[in-house]
Design a protein around this ligand. Structure first.
Ligand SMILES: *Cc1c(COP(=O)(O)O)cnc(C)c1O
Length: 388
């Protein structure tokens, strides 16, 4: 008998979610209505930032961050090879150059020592920015990255897609939530269905900078403003009526719809309990694999556990074995520097040995808040049966 299918990640939609969406669908505004501002306010409160800007997806969020920070053909930006391609692509959208630095093999995160070494190889001002990623829900020490970035005049975009609700402990023993804007200039999140909060497609930028916030609002909607205090045309060019607006920059339509925002607000009310569930699932995996050949991810309190990534010698064998049992693991990620698109810039195999070594063995096994105990037990036994 085949077991029901168990993916590596998935969303849950409750009746309350459905009601929230339907009520917006029945209202006057499908987009640009009141739900967007509410979602932004609640999300900012959740992560502890001053501002939040809802966007059509996480990639759009990254693109606007790069634009707001003036990435251009002269910009050089450092990121990790173990991430989703979008973390690097946002620099390319603005014609900047992407540099990769290797990961720390213990945390799978961008290695700050490798970043420092890369920064020190060039005169100050050579690099403009750093994009660290809270990979798998493991949180970057942004306090340390901020110090380094300041030393070299760089900005920081935190790709926090994997870590809403995650935190690290700073040098003063204080909890620092991912995306709270205390260290990174900008942080981005995604609400794709495999992430913690699902709106279908959807994204968010958080920041504590009013200047960046205002710029992002403009870029989200074509670069158009209706704020009379900001008009650049002369008073006699400005029409004498309420219809007038100005396009001041080349922006985009990267807006989220109101019914998606309503879904986001409803999902956010369960974010804490869902995160607790993810942490409980992780503890159970940790315990189950303790005395096995499975290499477990780093576990600590602030981990948001977007993924549970194990490492194993016979990864292909385990991957096929799990799929044969209707369990669908995934590999996160094929290193970005080895993508044909990035190879054309001179990146090649051997450049980042820890990232490549990690990639040879990594496998993301089921991790989502609605994973039942029964299904998790089945995943564990199927894995242990294979490796014994
Ligand atoms: C999902 C994800 C993105 C992109 O988000 P989308 O909403 O799918 O565009 C970017 N970076 C990371 C690390 C992600 O996991």
């Amino acid at each position: 008998m085949t077991h029901k299918s168990i993916p590596y990640g998935r969303q849950t939609i409750t009746d309350a979610d459905l009601e929230a969406v339907v009520s917006v669908l029945k209202s006057d505004f499908l987009t640009q209505g009141p739900s967007i501002a509410q979602f932004e306010e609640k999300f900012a409160e959740y992560v502890g930032s001053k501002y939040a800007i809802a966007l059509s997806n996480g990639t759009a969020a990254l693109h606007l961050c790069a634009m707001a920070l003036n990435v251009n053909e002269k910009s050089r930006v450092i990121t990790t090879p173990i991430t989703f391609a979008a973390s690097a692509n946002c620099v390319r959208y603005c014609d900047g150059e992407v540099y990769f630095a290797d990961i720390d093999p213990a945390t799978f995160l961008l290695d700050i020592h490798k970043v420092r070494a890369l920064l020190e190889k060039h005169p100050k001002g050579y690099f403009q920015g750093i994009i660290p990623v809270d990979f798998a829900g493991n949180t970057v020490d942004l306090e340390a990255f901020r110090k380094l970035a300041d030393e070299f005049g760089c900005w920081i975009i935190e790709d926090a897609c994997h870590a809403p609700g995650g935190y690290f402990i700073d040098s003063k023993n204080k909890k620092q939530n991912c995306g709270n804007g205390n260290f990174a200039d900008l942080a981005i999140f995604s609400f794709h269905p495999v992430k913690h909060i699902a709106t279908g497609e959807g994204g968010m930028i958080t920041t504590n900078s009013k200047t960046l916030y205002e710029k992002l609002l403009l870029l989200r909607t074509h670069g158009i403003t209706k704020d009379a205090s900001k008009y650049q045309n002369t008073p006699n060019e400005v029409a004498q009526g309420g219809w007038y607006y100005e396009m001041q920059e080349l922006g985009y339509n990267y807006r989220l719809t109101d019914f998606q925002a309503a879904l986001g607000i409803s999902q956010l009310t369960r974010a804490d309990e869902n995160l607790e569930r993810r942490r409980a699932i992780a503890r159970k995996y940790d315990e189950a694999f303790k005395n096995s050949k499975v290499i477990r991810p780093i576990s600590f309190e602030g981990n948001a556990y977007h993924l549970y990534v194990i490492q194993i010698e016979n990864r292909l064998g385990l991957y096929d074995h799990l799929r044969a049992n209707n369990i669908f693991p995934q590999v996160h990620y094929v290193p970005v520097h080895l993508m044909p698109y990035y190879k054309q810039f001179g990146n090649k195999k051997g450049d980042h040995p820890f990232a490549e070594g990690y990639y040879d063995k990594c496998l993301s096994i089921p991790m989502y808040h609605s994973l039942t105990d029964e299904d998790q037990n089945f995943v564990i036994t199927t894995i242990l049966n294979f490796i014994k």
